[in-house]
Design a protein around this ligand. Structure first.
Ligand SMILES: [Zn+2]
Length: 198
């Protein structure tokens, strides 16, 4: 686990309660096998300005770490989707530090898990992907800008091959195939939220 020193010990605020109640709700929606895993998952509230990932999980330790500053104002459906994604990593016992291709597959699997759970809750419009599409890469470009740059310079087409996360386009397409209706609302607010989703 990264950056333990930023974990807020015994956080008991409204944000932590919201995360915990979402986790219980998610546990109630899954099959007993998954429920037995999710019921042991802990939420750690952090506040770490230096950590690039603002929400991430450790399947080994069965912990989801959420940055309070980053997500305190998140629309609840976004927080639900993100927590479901992290819970997906834990339920499927995903591993850290694996080759990019496997890592990308894990991300897609966690996305699928989150989308299915979110649909069960009747949440059918989640602005997560709208935001993700506007997320900037390490070079400070959005995916759209990157695609345009790659058209001019073919060497840039390999850019995403080594990344741990699949492209937003691909993630979005999958969510749509699974029946999620994507919302274009809330983009300004979402901009502030999901900057670093692991
Ligand atoms: Zn992930």
């Amino acid at each position: 686990m990264r950056a333990r020193e930023f974990i807020i010990e015994q956080a008991t605020g409204a944000f932590e309660l919201r995360c915990r109640s979402i986790l219980s709700k998610l546990a109630s929606l899954v099959e007993p096998e998954d429920r037995s895993v999710i019921s042991t998952v802990d939420i750690w509230i952090s506040s770490n300005p230096t950590d690039a990932d603002k929400i991430y999980s450790s399947p080994k330790e069965r912990v989801v770490v959420v940055d309070q500053e980053e997500f305190a104002d998140a629309p609840v459906e976004v927080l639900i989707w993100l927590l479901a994604h992290e819970v997906g990593h834990i339920v499927m016992n995903h591993r850290d530090k694996i080759p990019a291709q496997q890592s990308q597959q894990q991300e897609l699997d966690a996305d699928d898990y989150a989308t299915k759970l979110t649909l069960k809750l009747g949440i059918n419009k989640v602005p997560v992907f709208t935001w993700l599409g506007r997320k900037k890469d390490e070079l400070g470009r959005t995916e759209l800008e990157r695609r345009r740059a790659a058209e001019r310079d073919p060497s840039l087409q390999d850019f995403w091959k080594d990344r741990s996360h699949p492209t937003t386009d691909r993630r979005q397409q999958r969510a749509q195939q699974q029946g999620m209706e994507l919302s274009k609302v809330n983009t300004d607010q979402i901009d502030q939220l999901l900057k670093h989703m692991a």
